[in-house]
Design a protein around this ligand. Structure first.
Ligand SMILES: [Zn+2]
Ligand SMILES: [Zn+2]
Length: 179
């Protein structure tokens, strides 16, 4: 009993010595300093992250203030409500959609089924790999649509209803032999 009491007082004595000595203020100041540094770093991270996700500078400022003001908790709140995508990703996707719309609007830039070179709608053969793309009229040489039964330019009936069969992709060179 007496021993235990003296042990307790020893412990508190040591504690008192620790807080009374010069070590404690240094330790406490260091902890506060680290906390402030960490707090500012979190605020800076929120600012950087918000700039990558939010276009409006006022909203970026508001997000930064939120990242700082309820310390640490504000950053968590920001992470819950921040836009899910980076601006550059959004921009990239918009560009892709625009490019897709443009290619659709132009009636679709056509590509050779064999070598993927860009081809004009009226090409008879691919200029790159010489794959036959369309039949031409026997009398006026106009390029013909696959479904046409008669040449619309010179009224020549199209004898074989010109089924365009593209060579399969595995054997791209076969068509050149039949020319
Ligand atoms: Zn080609
Ligand atoms: Zn014709």
């Amino acid at each position: 009993m007496v021993l235990a009491a003296s042990g307790d007082s020893d412990f508190f004595g040591a504690l008192h010595d620790f807080f009374g000595s010069g070590t404690w203020p240094v330790f406490r100041n260091l902890a506060i300093f680290l906390l402030v540094v960490f707090w500012l770093a979190v605020g800076y991270w929120v600012y950087k992250d918000a700039r990558r996700r939010i276009e409006d500078p006022w909203l970026v400022g508001a997000a930064t203030v939120l990242g700082l003001v309820p310390p640490f908790i504000g950053a968590l709140i920001y992470m819950l409500f921040r836009p899910p995508e980076y601006l550059e990703d959004v921009r990239e996707r918009e560009l892709e959609i625009k490019a897709m719309e443009e290619s659709l609007g132009r009636g679709g830039q056509q590509h050779c089924p064999v070598c993927r070179a860009e081809i004009d709608e009226n090409f008879l053969v691919c200029p790159v790999c010489t794959t036959r793309l369309r039949q031409s009229c026997v009398s006026c040489k106009a390029p013909l649509e696959p479904l046409w039964q008669v040449c619309p330019y010179c009224e020549t009936p199209i004898a074989s209803p010109a089924p365009i069969h593209f060579p399969p992709l595995e054997t791209p060179r076969r068509e050149t032999g039949s020319e």
